[in-house]
Every structure is written in structure tokens, then in C-alpha cells.
Design a protein around this ligand. Structure first.
Ligand code: DC
Length: 243
């Protein structure tokens, strides 16, 4: 058969992924959004998925240790991420829950249910579905280690517990939630321990991750460091928009 009679085979282009993992309050979300803008990529806030599930569990009276019921709830989670003028709007069972999933109570419940292996498994496919052209920036705890192990660039963003507590405190006050700094620090420390000591997908840097500390660096410097690292990756270079 001559070459021009062969059916045309389109190369399968696998969208590149940048992963940003790290503990609560390290600035992952801000960095992920800024990077997504810079590259023109989609964003996955995987923590929001666990938070949505925690809120659904609360609304359906399912306890955080009831793994069987949580697995079913996760598999059928009626949740959408919608774009609202560049900001993510989170819809759970038809209701806008963008603000309510951000409470400390829901964060703590999300951390508890995230330790359950079958729950994580049930949410895996949903996370993979965010990988669309032209590419994805995914933030969470296990983006580089488990969910997107073939990511082009893996960042692990950390900061001292005190600095993260201070940031969270300010954010909560700005969003109109009541907040106590010592309680937030204790919550962050408990959450760090739970997220990093669980047996499935614990919070830890991927082997090839670049570890950055936002306590010392600040968000702009972190962003600059990530962009410098991206410049060395051939499949990311073409997306770097000059700005
Ligand atoms: O990033 P966040 O604070 O919104 O995440 C809430 C909780 O969800 C966090 O304490 C642990 C869990 N989580 C996880 O286990 N794996 C992820 N990839 C993202 C979040």
C-alpha cells in the first residue's frame, strides 16, 4: 500500500501537567491559578473535591469514618466546577457551595475522609478527567506522586505551620468567617500530621519534585522559580506566554 493510501493516523497528544503539592495554606492554590493563567492551562483544585465530598457527607448524615457509604457518595458525587469570570464556582447538588466548603470544619472533615483508600480510588477518575488540552495545573497532596505521576513538572510547596496559620486566619476573616489564630494553628498541625502519616497517598514530595518554601520566598518569588523550572521542560516551553 502506498503511503498516501494509508489511513491518516493522528498523533495522540497527551496534555502536559504541572503538579503543585503541599500542606494546607502553603499557597498552592494561588500559585496554581497564576500558573494556569500564564500557560493558558486548566486548573484542578483536588482539595475542593475532598471538601465537596465532606460537605455532601455532612448534608446526607454520613459520618467521616463510614468508608462504605462515603465510597458510594464519592462515586455518585453530583458536583461541578464552573467558571465564574475566571474564578471557580463550585456547585454541589445544584447549590453554590463555593464559600461553604472553605470552612475549617469542612477542611478537617475532608482530611479525615481523604485517608480512606476506597474514597481516594473513587475520586481518581474524576481527577484524571481534568487533563484536557492544552494542559493542566493540578494542586493537592498526591498530584505528583499518585494522580499524575507522569507530570512534566512537579513542585512541592511548603511553609512553616505558623506562617500558614497566619495566612489562613486572614483569609477566613476576609471571607467573613469567625476565626481564632491558636485554634487554626492547632488544626493545621493536626491536619499536617493526618495528611502526611496516612498510609494511602500521604502528603510527601515526589522523588523528582522541586521543593520550594513560601515562608522564606513569598508568592512572587515562588512563581518566578516555577516559571524558570518550566523553561527547562521542552513540552512546556511553547505555552509560556510572554507577559
Ligand atoms: O487543599 P485543601 O486544604 O483544600 O484540602 C482539604 C483536605 O483534602 C486536605 O486536608 C487533605 C485532602 N486532600 C487530599 O488528601 N489529597 C489531595 N490531593 C487534596 C486534598
Amino acid at each position: 500500500m502506498s503511503a498516501d493510501l494509508e489511513p491518516s493516523v493522528k498523533p495522540v497528544i497527551i496534555p502536559p501537567v504541572i503538579t503543585i503539592d503541599g500542606p494546607s495554606g502553603s499557597g498552592k492554590g494561588t500559585i496554581a491559578h497564576r500558573l494556569a493563567l500564564k500557560f493558558g492551562f486548566h486548573v484542578l483544585d483536588s482539595g475542593a473535591l475532598y471538601r465537596l465530598l465532606a460537605l455532601a457527607a455532612q448534608q446526607h448524615g454520613v459520618q467521616t469514618h463510614n468508608e462504605a457509604a462515603l465510597q458510594v457518595l464519592a462515586a455518585h458525587l453530583d458536583a461541578q466546577f464552573q467558571d465564574n469570570n475566571g474564578e471557580a464556582m463550585l456547585i454541589l447538588e445544584g447549590e453554590d457551595v463555593t464559600q461553604s466548603i472553605r470552612s475549617e470544619e469542612i477542611g478537617a472533615a475532608a482530611s479525615k475522609i481523604a485517608a480512606l483508600p476506597t474514597v481516594r480510588e473513587a475520586l481518581l477518575q474524576r481527577q484524571h478527567a481534568f487533563r484536557e488540552t492544552p494542559g493542566l495545573v493540578a494542586d493537592g497532596r498526591d498530584m505528583g506522586t499518585v494522580v499524575f505521576p507522569d507530570a512534566s513538572l512537579k513542585i512541592f510547596l511548603t511553609a512553616s505551620a505558623e506562617a500558614r496559620a497566619e495566612r489562613r486566619y486572614k483569609q477566613l476573616l476576609e471571607k467573613g468567617f469567625a476565626a481564632s489564630l491558636p485554634a487554626i494553628l492547632a488544626d493545621i498541625q493536626a491536619r499536617d500530621l493526618r495528611d502526611s502519616q496516612r498510609t494511602v497517598s500521604p502528603l510527601k514530595p515526589a522523588q523528582e519534585a522541586i521543593v520550594l518554601d513560601s515562608t522564606a520566598l513569598g508568592i512572587e518569588a515562588v512563581l518566578a522559580a516555577v516559571i524558570e523550572a518550566a523553561k527547562t521542560k521542552t513540552n512546556l516551553q511553547e505555552f509560556l506566554v510572554k507577559s
